[in-house]
Design a protein around this ligand. Structure first.
Ligand code: GGG
Length: 348
């Protein structure tokens, strides 16, 4: 198979972890006789420094022409400390999601048997946890009209039936291929947008009689996710709730450095670790590349390259079993660098 992959390493630890994922994809191409070409482009603070924009036109154009995008991370302390900054690294990621209409963000949360004792939760609480979070990615508070003055601020949260239906169909279909359970997480006791989510998803349930649908408020879901994560199969939720819940889920897994994601629609697909740029850990060789490598495995899944994706996952599991991991997992040999973990996984 021929794939043209846009690579957007971004900021902080983004370039280091993305380099490992590219390395693994190159090894897969070699092993299975595929032709993967990689086109690098600027995004985030790295793009602001060079072009003045967090998402240069050239980057959008490279991404639109690509079969898939491999994204690293964005963000920089410099902008976090300046609430008045008009240009922000995050605009690169949010702008890309919006301009490609990447409305469905899929985030698997798996408790790995070899890491159960790395979670701060009890082993019997988390063993066999396997959740798929569907986070709506192009609507809600992050994209509504914003106003900010010295004395007041507002962010508008808006959702249309169309926006809810298109991701809900994906989540129902995913539940059909798994344990057949779908949980809608909302705040319908307080928010009009959540009441629309609940109404639309409830109406759609008649089309999926084999899926058991239930509802949880976000505050309750945040607690249930920690107390009893195994009750969940597929979670469907809006943009901000999904952002927060999936980062919370890293407590189950043991580190955010293992959580991968795919952001897709019918035309475009982008793959990225859920973690951010963590600038203070950049260029120290301590960043965990596995979330980025597992995002590359999701890329392979997306193109039906099942054997290839399985080989990558098998190598990741082997690295965890043998404690070939970066210091965030604090395993037996915690001086294994980002590159060394990538080298080990690349060897399958
Ligand atoms: N790789 C993900 C990343 O860089 N996240 C930083 C960020 O700003 N995320 C906002 C979001 O996911 O909505």
């Amino acid at each position: 198979m021929k794939l043209n992959i846009a690579v957007l390493p971004g900021d902080g630890i983004g370039p280091e972890v993305t380099a490992q994922a590219v390395k693994v994809l190159k090894a897969i191409a070699m092993e299975f006789g595929h032709i993967f070409t990689f086109n690098k482009a600027l995004v985030g603070a790295a793009a602001i420094e060079k072009t003045g924009s967090a998402l240069p036109e050239e980057t959008v154009s490279i991404c639109k022409k690509a079969d898939a995008i491999l994204f690293g991370a964005i963000g920089s302390a410099k902008y976090d400390m300046d609430p008045d900054a008009e240009v922000r690294p995050e605009h690169g990621l949010l702008g890309l999601r919006k301009s490609l209409d990447l409305y469905a963000n899929i985030r698997p949360v798996i408790a790995y048997e070899d890491l159960l004792n790395k979670s701060s939760l009890k082993i019997k609480q988390i063993r066999d946890t396997n959740i798929l979070i569907y986070r709506e990615l192009t609507g809600g508070l992050y994209f509504g009209e914003k106003k900010l003055t010295n004395d007041s601020a507002s962010d508008i949260c808006e959702y249309s039936r169309f926006e809810i239906e298109r991701i809900a169909h994906m989540a129902f279909k995913a539940a059909q291929t798994r344990k057949g359970k779908l949980t809608l997480v909302d705040k319908a006791n307080a928010l009009a947008t959540s009441r629309l989510w609940r109404k639309v998803v409830q109406e759609m349930a008649t089309q999926y009689p084999d899926v058991k649908l239930n509802f949880l408020y976000i505050d309750n879901a945040a607690m249930e996710l920690i107390i009893n994560p195994r009750q969940f199969d597929v979670i469907l939720t809006e943009n901000m709730f999904g952002d927060i819940l999936s980062e919370e889920a890293s407590v189950i897994v043991g580190t955010i450095g293992l959580l991968a994601s795919a952001s897709i629609n019918e035309k475009h697909a982008m793959f990225e670790p859920i973690h951010g740029a963590y600038g203070k850990f950049a260029n120290k060789g301590v960043a965990n590349p596995i979330a980025s490598i597992l995002s590359a495995a999701m890329l392979l899944d997306h193109f039906g390259l099942d054997k290839e994706a399985a080989l990558v996952r098998k190598a990741v599991h082997k690295s965890l079993k043998l404690h070939i991991t970066t210091p965030d997992l604090n395993m037996k040999y915690d001086n294994i660098s980002t590159t060394k973990v990538g080298d080990f996984i690349e060897d399958f």
